[in-house]
Every structure is written in C-alpha cells, then in structure tokens.
Design a binder for this molecule. Sequence first.
Ligand code: GAR
Length: 198
Amino acid sequence: MPNSPATKRIAILISGRGSNMVALADAVRRGTIPNAEVATVISDKRDAAGLESANERGIETLVIERGARTRQEHDREIVSALAARQIDLVCLAGYMRVLSSELINDYRGRILNIHPSLLPAFPGLDAQRQALEHGAKVSGCTVHFVDETLDGGPIVTQREVPIHEDDTVENLSARILIEEHRLYAAAVAKTLKKLSIK
Ligand code: GAR
C-alpha cells in the first residue's frame, strides 16, 4: 500500500547497540509516534548489533562506513541515501560521529540526537561517568537538534534522573537509558507534528 502523503519518513543512524533505534521503531509500530515510518537504519559500523534488531523488524539497513574518506565524503554518501529515500527526519541514536556541514545544511532543523546527560552539562563521550566524577546529584537525558557543535544544538526536551550515593556508571547508565527510550519517542512525535504543520 502506498504511503499516505502525511506519513513522515524517518532515518535512524546508529553505531552500536541500537536500543534507542529499537525504542523509536517500536513506538512507530505502536502508534506512539503517529503518521511515521522508519524507512531505513544506517550504521557507520558493519558490526553494529543494532543492524540485526532492525532486520528482525523488517526495516531496511545500510552500512555506510567512513573508511579512508574525509568526513565530508562520508556524509555526502549518507545525504544521497537520505535523499533517495525522501527522508523527512534524521534521528541519531548512539551515532558516535560529529556531522559535517554536508549533512547538517541539507537537514537543518530535521536532525535530532539523544544524549545521556542534561546538556549543556557533560557533552561528548562517557557522559554518565563524567556526571559521577563531578559528584552531580542529578543527571538525565536530552534530545536536541544537531548543529556543527558536539552535542550542542538547540534543546527539544530533557528528563532528569537522580544520582544515588552508591551509583556505578553501569547502573546510572541503565536508569538513564530507560528514560532515553521514553523521551526520544516523545520528542520525535513532537518534532514530526511541528514539521507537518510547517
Ligand atoms: C545512548 O546512551 C545514547 O544516549 C548515547 O549512546 C548510547 C547509545 O545506546 N549517545 C551519546 O553519547 C551521543 N553523544 P544505544 O545504541 O543502545 O541507543
């Protein structure tokens, strides 16, 4: 059956486990993210575990590795894959690369990322470890639009997660991840709604 014109096409970019990708795909299937379809999952790593989870759900998967190319050349190939599939919204889900302007210029305001801290605190790698090492009493997760900066674009929504005295990186990460899955689905639904009334 052809898509209704109202169906928004989402591409999810991953580098690893892909649990946020699965949360988004399942939210689309349940209708928590309405009028949407996950059209493709793109990984920059051939061995990303999330590829199998996407395949199991019948979602197209593409591996687009950087190899010896520049960041721009790599992103140019991703942009052509997105354009060929008429993608409306790009969701980074554990995609561990800073995007170049090749991708950002074409999809500005239509690329979201999820990060496991209350940005602007603790950008970059190991956000949960950074929060623990700073003695933060609260952390959480953030969904934001992607720009040229590292985890720095405008914030869409955030959720707090308290840090306990005896927290380890593992159990804090696990508690934040539960909230990430809920927050990302809500943020994608909200963003698609805004895009469809533009
Ligand atoms: C998630 O915690 C996500 O917030 C984080 O990587 C993990 C990926 O898990 N992303 C970043 O740190 C981005 N700066 P997943 O592959 O299971 O979704």
